[in-house]
Design a protein around this ligand. Sequence first.
Ligand code: NDP
Length: 339
Amino acid sequence: MFGLIGHLTSLEHAQLVARDLGYPEYADQGLDFWCSAPPQIVDDITVTSVTGQKIQGKYVESCFLPEMLATRRIKAATRKVINAMAHAQKHGINITALGGFSSIIFENFNLHQIQQVRNVTLEFERFTTGNTHTAYVICQQVEQAAPTVGIDLAKATVAVCGATGDIGSAVCRWLNAKTDVAELLLIARNQERLQDLQDELGRGKIMDLNEALPQADVIVWVASMPKGVEIDPVALKTPCLLIDGGYPKNLATKIQSPGIHVLNGGIVEHSLDIDWKIMNIVNMDVPARQLFACFAESMLLEFEKWYTNFSWGRNRITVEKMEQIGQVSVKHGFRPLLA
Ligand code: NDP
């Protein structure tokens, strides 16, 4: 059985969907209440591969909200992740994806040091960040969507916002090794990590966001920001392809401007309907078929019986592992969202 640990994008979102999640008593409650809420399994899932294989899974709502980080409720945030992992393990789930901020919190606050959660000894090999599949899908989106909007990658400048992150660095590695992208712009705040990435790639210009935006033909957004940024489309090139892989989204506003194409990043569409309700709650356009690529990774590991933490630790994703997960993604009927 596979598991998905997820969270909602804001307190407002959580209050709006509390009833659908099965928590009617949470609908009028503030952040402190969510801080003390335990994890719960709120969805039982059946996925059928195009090969005919069927698997079962569960969605674990961690009750983490990004406001917990913004308001420095760090203890609450870390408790949410670790308790959700213990909950998944207690229910016998073989492989569980740590969606959205769960894996970021796990890494940033060294949660591998906390292996004992009450009577559960966490077995980390039962968890995956799902970031290898997410990075693979984002790269496919860059390669496949760019030509459809009139961008020739061989002449294009691609900016990666969040370049030094787990997903961002993998995207840079792939674009460097597998494509003929003309120029890479590397954006993040910590200069030392940017320098290390540039040394590893042997290329790429380190830039701040405002300097990079007017130069980029493609912008991949994979920064771990609890709230999205406002950007002025007038500052962008046309055509420009924006691939927003953040959860919550890195872009705060819906940009509607001629020549500017925004794509939901790190999202896959399955070839067959999935029996679940959770993607309605996170407002996917086609909730029966569309999902986060990190969640799809745990489904793929379950289909293949690869019971291992396929994606684990920071900045260790290789092009070979992206190819490996990419092959089984295609085999089981997932494809990157292209519109
Ligand atoms: P990491 O924490 O590994 O990396 C985050 C990156 O963002 C770092 O390079 C960090 O560098 C940079 N960053 C953070 N804040 C800012 C800022 N204000 N301006 C510029 N850069 C910034 O995160 P992941 O790679 O694991 O995840 C990235 C995003 O992808 C998150 O939003 C996550 O929720 C989302 N995600 C989406 C998935 C999907 O299936 N679609 C799956 C998993 C994650 P620095 O701190 O130096 O600025």
